[in-house]
Design a protein around this ligand. Structure first.
Ligand SMILES: Cc1ncc(COP(=O)(O)O)c(C=O)c1O
Length: 376
């Protein structure tokens, strides 16, 4: 059997282990400590725009806290991009609110500004103004933030930016994760950098970040005894995980270049196969970290997305269909949806190729040879 090629595996640099050892040597083995503070500073410095950062146990936890702080409650509605991972939408349900799903557009595969506008107007007509909008930058590709922010601002609805997959991407030269009233990042094991598991909440409103740290540490009031006036959560990042994160920040830009090189390699190697279409950056204003290299497969030319996925599986190469839209998920079957079928088509035709920043030339060759053989 050939050795396994993973979709996206962790890729450690030179300093992570040293930082973890330092955490052990100083006995900071807790959900607080100097590496947590340092990781938050590193992230804030990287993102710029004067943002503040709270390091948390996951991106999902960050999204949950964002919705809590925006006052999302039982019976409220929150607009969410349909084409995404379930973690973008689950925190809406944690709050007893209803997700209203909005379809993607062809251009970026992210939330369609036109459909967003239709959805907002229709919900308002029905007597329920959405409490927030969760927009996602899928696979690192920026959503059309200018138009989305303009629509959201016009209606006075806060945007929560799900940049879980998009650390290192930019839109009009500005880092993704700095556009929303609040934004979230993920450092799950498959992301562009990882802390084994973890996430962050980002905002240029420091009050949100202070409140997030408070809620994430069981909402302890200032008192020598244990005193609580709010429901709290155990959502803080551990100092050991943050030690890994600090090492990963040292290599983040390198990881972006390595992932972008994967994309360019695939694009060049597969250019002669007309059935395979790539997800281009619309203009120079859209800069994707290419967290995952993704393609669409036009089945009418004889080979389907599933044919390719199964051929790769037989070669011990991991690939995945694109995210299955949330409005097609059994768990969200009763949620309102506004769309024109774009995300369904993307899901039917789309495939994520192995995209690790640690892939060898030989591994990338194996991937393209397997795909070329499907069309031979
Ligand atoms: C788009 C998106 N949102 C949210 C998350 C949740 O992040 P986490 O796994 O850190 O909870 C992920 C990844 O897991 C994701 O891909």
């Amino acid at each position: 059997m050939n050795t396994k090629i993973w979709l996206s595996s962790p890729h450690m640099g030179a300093n992570e282990f040293k930082n973890v050892k330092e955490a052990f040597d100083t006995n900071w083995i807790a959900p607080l400590g100097p590496h947590v503070d340092g990781f938050e500073r590193d992230l804030a410095d990287f993102l710029g725009e004067g943002v503040h950062v709270a390091a948390l146990s996951s991106g999902t936890a960050a999204l949950h806290l964002a919705l809590i702080m925006l006052g999302v409650q039982v019976g409220d509605e929150v607009i969410c991009q349909s084409m995404t991972f379930s973690a973008s939408a689950n925190p809406i349900a944690y709050q007893g609110a209803t997700p209203v799903f909005v379809d993607s557009e062809e251009r970026t595969w992210n939330m369609s500004p036109d459909i967003l506008e239709t959805a907002i107007e229709d919900r308002i007509r029905q007597g329920k103004k959405p409490k927030a909008i969760i927009v996602v930058h899928l696979y690192g590709m920026p959503a059309e933030m200018d138009r989305i922010m303009a629509i959201a601002d016009r209606h006075g609805i806060p945007v929560v930016e799900d940049a879980a997959e998009a650390l290192g991407s930019t839109y009009k030269g500005r880092k993704l994760g700095t556009f929303g009233a609040m934004s979230i990042l993920s450092f799950n094991g498959n992301k562009i950098i990882t802390t084994s598991g973890g996430g962050a909440l980002v905002s240029n409103n420091e009050a949100y970040i202070k409140q997030a740290r408070f809620l994430a540490t069981q909402a302890r009031d200032a008192a020598p005894h244990y005193q609580h006036s709010h429901i709290g959560y155990n959502y803080r990042m551990s100092n050991v995980c943050a030690a890994i994160g600090r090492g990963q920040m040292d290599v983040l830009l390198e990881r972006v270049q390595q992932r972008r090189a994967n994309y360019i390699f695939y694009q060049e190697e597969l250019a002669a196969i007309p059935a395979i279409q790539f997800a281009e950056e619309l203009t120079g204003e859209y800069y994707s970290n290419r967290w995952l290299s993704t393609v669409l497969v036009d089945e009418s030319q004889g080979v389907s997305r599933e044919d390719i996925r199964l051929a790769m599986e037989r070669e011990n190469i991991e690939s995945r269909p694109l995210w299955k839209p949330m409005h097609l998920q059994p768990v969200f079957a009763s949620a309102p949806y506004y769309g024109d079928g774009t995300s369904e088509r993307l899901f039917d035709q789309g495939l994520c190729l192995p995209s690790g920043s640690n892939m060898t030339d030989e591994e990338r060759e194996r991937v393209v040879n397997c795909i070329k053989a499907c069309f031979a």
